[in-house]
Design a protein around this ligand. Structure first.
Ligand code: B12
Ligand code: SF4
Length: 470
């Protein structure tokens, strides 16, 4: 039997437990204690969900292959055991850590395969870091990798030539995880691909613009099988669960009898898709993350987020909340149409719309995106273009590009003031009280965000004083 270990490593900062991104900043003993406490709470309470991609890869039935998973948020690397293959999921923000993990296993003569968003987007940066690379969505080639492993003929590179047909993707099993480790283990993906092309996003680069679905009956069967082991909330990981309204309608209509509670991610258009919204509510939807990003026509157009309509955003959010669904509104401050006045507009909007959790993000140039390339040409990246690893993911703790219309120093001040005003203790209580449902979850998020945005202000200020030449 070939033993395959799948490894998921935590992010340095971000949803896996935020900490200062400036290693040179020495936290006091009290700060360290506070960070550890918050990291634990945030990890467990907020996003501690199993690594979906690795659960999927462990669900393939290949004769002669047995899977185990090491989730480094909970377990140390089992370096002293003998593995026939170690598979590591790599995203750009943790690529260096992933390469280091690969090197540790390879030094012990164990074979390593790398896959995931970073390998798919930047395969050339992964050459020599592993015995095999899987470029693109692995679904159709994973079987080949494993049969080659069994026959001792692992190839250095496997590349998905087309986007896989999700009808052939197996039902996810949870045999490799400890269910009690997580906030929930009910992660489901119904589709891949996004028809939109917001210039700061890399989803259509990775998954294409055409939406590919799993058949409704397959998803329903997966929900039913998940319920046998875990009755907690379901998280539909699709980027835009309402992108194909007809499909979404059939799916959630079919899920009504299962009486699940679920959360997911949608575009603001859901506010105007009345029938679908009703079905979402009836099928147990408790919260939706919606990408609002900017509030002005200028900003939305300049970043190609044209499916959002600034004049309808308020009523879109109202409509969602009226159905008893909480809204996590994701904003970006620092878009190309933004000026210093935008901070006030954002603050007013957050208050007027009663958004349950406002996410106030900084514009981040993700390597590979159209935005990244444009900002590089315009000389607006704050780190060298070739050092793609410098563009790490944090909790808005680092400015990575110059805003178009606002000097950096003023921008950081304005962003810090904004997050301070949005996240106060009394606002947290007010949002929890007004939330249409899951009030305790809303309170928990809002309280955690007071801490997280405090960390953001501290780190941004440190960056301003130490490395931003402005
Ligand atoms: C749901 C989601 C989350 C959830 C749940 C993640 C989880 N635990 O599974 C939460 C909210 C927790 C989350 C957290 C983060 N996320 Co996230 N997330 C997503 C989202 C929307 C879907 C991911 C998913 O499950 N896709 C479905 C699976 C099947 O696809 P996949 O992961 O790409 O895997 C396929 C292939 O890549 C490949 N593959 C993947 N791993 C491996 C490993 C091996 C060995 C092999 C052979 C193949 C392989 O095979 C899979 C099947 O085809 C994506 C956007 C997207 N469309 O991908 C962002 C995305 C993956 N996240 C991203 C980021 C940045 C993060 C965070 C760093 C955010 C933060 N600031 O903290 C953290 C990182 C946490 C971590 N340690 O990985 C980025 C990664 C960008 C990049 N270029 O690397 C993405 C692409 C979003 C974006 N557009 O920027 N995320
Ligand atoms: S931000 Fe959302 S809507 Fe825009 S391209 Fe990315 S996934 Fe699609």
């Amino acid at each position: 039997m070939k033993r395959v270990l799948l490894v998921f490593s935590r992010s340095d900062s971000g949803v896996d437990g935020p900490r200062s991104v400036h290693k040179q900043q020495k936290p006091s003993a009290f700060q360290q204690l506070k960070e550890t406490f918050f990291q634990r709470v945030i990890q467990k309470a907020q996003f501690a969900v199993p690594p979906y991609a690795l659960l999927l890869l462990s669900s393939y039935d290949i004769p002669g292959v047995a899977f185990e998973l090491c989730d480094m948020r909970y377990q140390a690397l089992p370096l002293d055991e003998k593995w026939d293959l170690v598979g590591i999921s790599v995203h750009t923000g943790i690529a260096k850590t992933a390469f280091d993990i690969a090197a540790q296993f390879r030094r012990k003569n164990m074979k390593v395969v790398l896959g995931g968003p970073h390998v798919s987007l930047f395969p050339e940066t992964c050459i020599g870091k592993a015995d095999a690379l899987v470029v693109g969505e692995a679904d159709e080639i994973w079987r080949e990798v494993l049969s080659d492993l069994v026959s001792g003929k692992l190839k250095p590179k496997y590349e998905a030539k087309t986007f896989p047909d999700l009808r052939l993707t197996p039902q996810v099993k949870k045999e490799v995880i400890q269910i009690s480790d997580y906030f929930t283990t009910n992660l489901i993906q119904t589709s891949r691909g996004c028809p939109y092309q917001c210039d700061f996003c890399n989803v259509s680069l990775m998954n294409g613009r055409k939406i590919r679905h799993r058949p409704v009956e397959q998803v329903v069967a997966e929900v039913a099988s998940f319920l046998e082991k875990d009755q907690r909330v379901f998280f539909f990981v699709d980027d835009t669960i309402n992108a194909d309204p007809d499909y979404a309608f059939s799916l959630f209509n079919a899920l009504i009898p299962y009486q699940i509670k679920w959360v997911g991610q949608a575009t603001t258009l859901i506010g105007r898709q009345k029938k679908l919204l009703e079905i979402f509510a009836k099928s147990g939807c408790r919260g939706l993350l919606v990408g609002i990003e900017g509030l002005s026509d200028a900003s939305l157009t300049l970043h190609n987020k044209t499916h959002n309509s600034p004049t309808q955003l308020l009523s879109d959010i109202q409509a969602i909340r009226d159905q008893g669904i909480c809204v996590y509104g994701s904003f970006i401050y620092g878009l190309d149409g933004d000026t210093l006045r935008t901070a006030d507009t954002l603050l007013n909007f957050v208050e007027k719309s009663n958004i349950d959790i406002p996410g106030i993000n900084l514009l981040r140039p993700i390597p590979g995106t159209a935005l990244f390339e444009r900002f590089a040409e315009e000389g607006r990246l704050l780190f060298p273009k070739d050092d793609i690893y410098a563009f790490r993911y944090s909790w808005a703790q680092e400015l990575q590009c110059k805003p178009k219309n606002i000097p950096v120093r003023n921008f950081i001040q304005s962003y810090s003031d904004l997050t301070q005003q949005v996240y106060t203790f009394s606002n947290a209580l007010k949002r929890a009280k007004n939330a249409p449902t899951i009030k305790s979850v809303i309170l928990m998020f809002n309280l955690a965000y007071i801490y997280l945005y405090g960390l953001s202000r501290k780190d941004l200020n440190f960056q301003l004083q130490t490395s931003l030449n402005v």
